[in-house]
Design a protein around this ligand. Structure first.
Ligand code: GUN
Length: 295
């Protein structure tokens, strides 16, 4: 069994990006600039955005955090997005999800300039991804592809089962694994809350990508020997014995499933760290595209 070490791999990627940024600086070029908009005070969202900003500093990017109160109206947020779209200093930006109830998420994601949409959530970029055109691939699916690639995990002709059809992970992952090329060329089954007899499906899978948010959902008796496991679940379980008051766990019964797996991602330290590294990679790509367009 081989651990797909997202912490180490994301560090390797950050080091590669640092070298590229240093070369940009040495050439007197503008360095990539990422902005993150966060609305409200959700603890997990603040932690994620804080990590994204710190990662920018580490690789030498410029970064801007835009904090808006929980009471922000849709109009106010759309105005802020227009400012970021129009600001030539900003290469890419994200609007951290989820947004407060009074704001229509679809409308907000549609307002982001697709050329600055480093989350890859705009329908233009999502459509380009589905058509194998150059685009920004959403960071979590992009991170999973990168892990499979760097560890040389064979995906061609394999049966990949994706659990969960979210717009951020499950849906894009199901498209990407079935695309022509590597990693890809898989036969994909996308399962969700209406899927009947899921064990019958998971027990035939060569690769399982689970993004449910249900701790311990995937058990050893649901998988076959030598399965590849990608666990995207991140749940905070309250635990008073820890200083933070919680611990993080995935969708997979790691202790037992890992005994049958050929490759497996741990939680934490698997897919999570990869997401931030790939957001940086998308921001670097945005800068390179803007430079080519003389912007
Ligand atoms: N919320 C959970 N994951 C993500 C992500 O990848 N991007 C944004 N913007 N919000 C998120």
């Amino acid at each position: 069994m081989i651990i797909l070490d997202g912490k180490k791999t994301s560090n390797d990627i950050k080091n590669e990006i640092t070298d590229t940024v240093q070369a940009m600086k040495d050439n007197g070029e503008k360095v990539p600039h990422l902005a993150a908009v966060i609305v409200g005070n959700d603890g997990a969202s603040l932690t994620y955005v804080g990590s994204k900003v710190r990662a920018c500093e580490r690789v030498g990017f410029e970064s801007t955090m835009v904090r808006m109160p929980n009471t922000t109206s849709e109009t106010e947020l759309l105005k802020e997005i227009k400012k970021l779209n129009d600001n030539p200093e900003i290469d890419g930006f994200i609007v951290q999800l989820p947004l407060p109830k009074q704001i229509d998420t679809q409308k907000v994601l549609m307002a982001v300039d697709p050329d600055k949409d480093v989350d890859g959530f705009h329908p233009t970029n999502f459509g380009r991804m589905a058509l194998d055109m150059s685009t920004f691939i959403p960071a979590t699916p992009f991170g999973i592809l990168e892990l499979l690639d760097r560890y040389g995990v064979d995906t061609q002709g394999k049966h990949t089962v994706v659990i969960g059809r979210s717009h951020i992970v499950g849906r894009p992952m199901s498209i990407l694994m079935g695309r022509k090329g590597f990693p890809g060329n898989s036969t994909v089954t996308l399962t969700h809350s209406h899927t009947k007899n899921i064990t019958q499906i998971t027990s035939q899978a060569d690769i399982i990508i689970t993004a449910l948010g249900v701790p311990g959902f995937l058990k050893a008796e649901m998988v076959k020997d030598d399965v590849v496991i990608i666990d995207v679940g991140i749940t905070r379980v309250p635990d008073d014995s820890r200083e933070r008051g919680y611990y993080i766990t995935g969708d997979v019964d790691f202790e037992n499933v890992s005994k049958k797996a050929s490759y497996i991602t741990p939680v934490p330290g698997g897919v999570g760290p990869m997401t931030i590294a790939m957001l940086l990679k998308n921001t670097l790509l945005a800068r390179e595209r803007h430079r080519a367009a003389n912007r």
